[in-house]
Design a protein around this ligand. Structure first.
Ligand code: NAP
Length: 248
């Protein structure tokens, strides 16, 4: 069912992984999709073609989510092309896992800049358009690391917890203007990010998951699309766990 037909949606960090799956899912549901990425030109080109093959418009931007000027330019470009911005999925993210004794200032700031400041940048750039339209949805892709904290991830856990705080604060700020703001706290999902974990760590994590497996991007994308739809019209400030029961 094309329940997002006519919508213009931004998905950040969509060249790979979860962002790519969300971009394709919302396109399948009828939305025009604009996305950005950092380095993966070939994958971004392929995604743009795949979205267009679904019969909707696609815009690809090589734009660093952590750079407010680049984000503003992208949002202006999307507004010009689509005529509006109905939703933003703040998904761009990265990890630089280390114990705190080994963590450099750069490991800290790069993770905060991409995962947290990136979401601020897109929200800052797009929310006024949504408030004026009296309609909009922002979905922040957080992590159970931000809910329960993970050793080796003080930077990432802080960024993802920050996203949850930002979600709730912004939801309270803009709810009366018709804009909904929600977060998803994801558990271990099979992507390049989790493929980089040591096998020993992956096995230990799997043993703690009540559903007994890592999630797939297909376990995430349909819920993301639902959260942007009118069927979720009365949901704001929520943190939806998609984690196989890991952080209950
Ligand atoms: P991934 O496979 O590593 O993909 C990350 C995506 O983000 C890529 O498209 C990458 O672009 C883009 N990106 C990174 N830095 C960027 C920047 N500064 N500006 C623009 N784009 C940028 O990661 P993933 O597993 O799909 O993760 C997606 C989101 O889910 C992240 O926020 C992550 O923290 C969150 N999450 C993931 C898991 C998991 O288990 N996988 C669990 C909880 C939360 P390039 O291809 O150009 O590098």
């Amino acid at each position: 069912m094309k329940y997002l037909e006519g919508m213009g949606i931004i998905v950040t960090g969509a060249s790979r992984g979860i962002g790519r799956a969300i971009a394709l899912e919302v396109a399948r549901r009828g939305a025009d999709v604009a996305f950005n990425y950092l380095k993966s030109d070939a994958q971004a080109g392929e995604l743009k073609a795949e979205i267009e093959a679904l019969g909707v418009r696609a815009l690809a931007f090589k734009a660093d989510a952590g750079d407010l000027k680049a984000v503003r330019e992208m949002v202006t470009g999307v507004k010009r092309e689509f005529g509006k911005i109905d939703a933003v999925v703040n998904n761009a993210g990265l990890t630089r896992d280390k114990l705190i004794m080994m963590m450099s200032e750069e490991d800290w700031s790069e993770v905060i800049r991409t995962n947290l400041t990136g979401a601020f940048n897109f929200s800052r750039a797009a929310v006024f358009n949504m408030m004026k339209a009296k309609r909009g949805a922002i979905l922040n892709i957080s992590s159970i690391s931000g809910v329960v904290g993970m050793p080796g991830q003080v930077n990432y856990s802080a960024a993802k917890a920050g996203l949850i705080g930002m979600t709730k604060a912004l939801a309270k700020e803009v709810g009366r203007h018709g804009v909904r703001v929600n977060a998803m706290a994801l558990g271990f999902i099979e992507t390049d990010m989790t493929a980089a974990l040591a096998e020993e760590h992956r096995n230990a994590a799997r043993a703690m998951i009540p559903l007994g497996r890592f999630g797939k991007v297909e376990d995430v994308a349909p819920t993301a699309a639902f959260m942007l739809s009118d069927a979720a019209a009365y949901i704001t400030g929520a943190v939806i766990h998609i984690d196989g029961g890991l952080a209950m």
